[in-house]
Write a protein that binds this ligand. Structure first.
Ligand SMILES: [Zn+2]
Ligand SMILES: [Zn+2]
Length: 149
């Protein structure tokens, strides 16, 4: 497919255009199927007849399930450290708020029913998870809201 912003060819699953750095469907200047120029009001491409797709990642709530790398990137070390203090906080720091809460609540429940036996592995897994997710973001890779490790 083609980037709707700059018209260069991008991978079918790409979430960020390598040429211009925005979501490939986050504009209306080119057709995503053939790369021909299109305009704002067009719904169908005049060159290939396909329905033009548009995702606005800048509007509030748009692309809420994907976390884009911040600039400057958040530190994977800080994320791991925060999850070491309180399970799930490192994930919340990275933007995975719901997942962080799930770690925290799940950790409390599982520790309680296992009389504390599971609390150590849960904390360790949470630290490793926060660090891995932090590294992906630091490498410029977007992560899902519920992506683990
Ligand atoms: Zn582009
Ligand atoms: Zn087209």
């Amino acid at each position: 497919m083609y980037c709707r912003h700059c018209g260069s060819e991008v991978n079918e699953k790409a979430v960020v255009c390598v040429k211009c750095g925005v979501h490939p469907l986050n504009d209306s200047q080119h057709c995503q199927e053939c790369g021909q120029p299109t305009n704002e009001k067009q719904e169908i491409c005049t060159s290939c007849g396909c329905r033009l797709m548009r995702i606005n990642t800048t509007s509030a709530g748009g692309g809420a399930d994907v976390i884009y790398p911040s600039n400057p990137p958040k530190s994977p070390g800080t994320a791991a450290f925060l999850s070491c203090l309180i399970t799930g906080v490192g994930q919340m720091y990275l933007g995975q708020v719901k997942k962080g809460l799930a770690w925290l609540l799940g950790g409390i429940v599982l520790s309680a029913i296992s009389a504390g036996i599971l609390s150590v592995p849960i904390v360790i897994a949470s630290i490793v998870d926060a660090h891995k997710i932090g590294q992906k973001l630091a490498n410029g890779q977007p992560v899902g809201q519920w992506e683990f490790f």
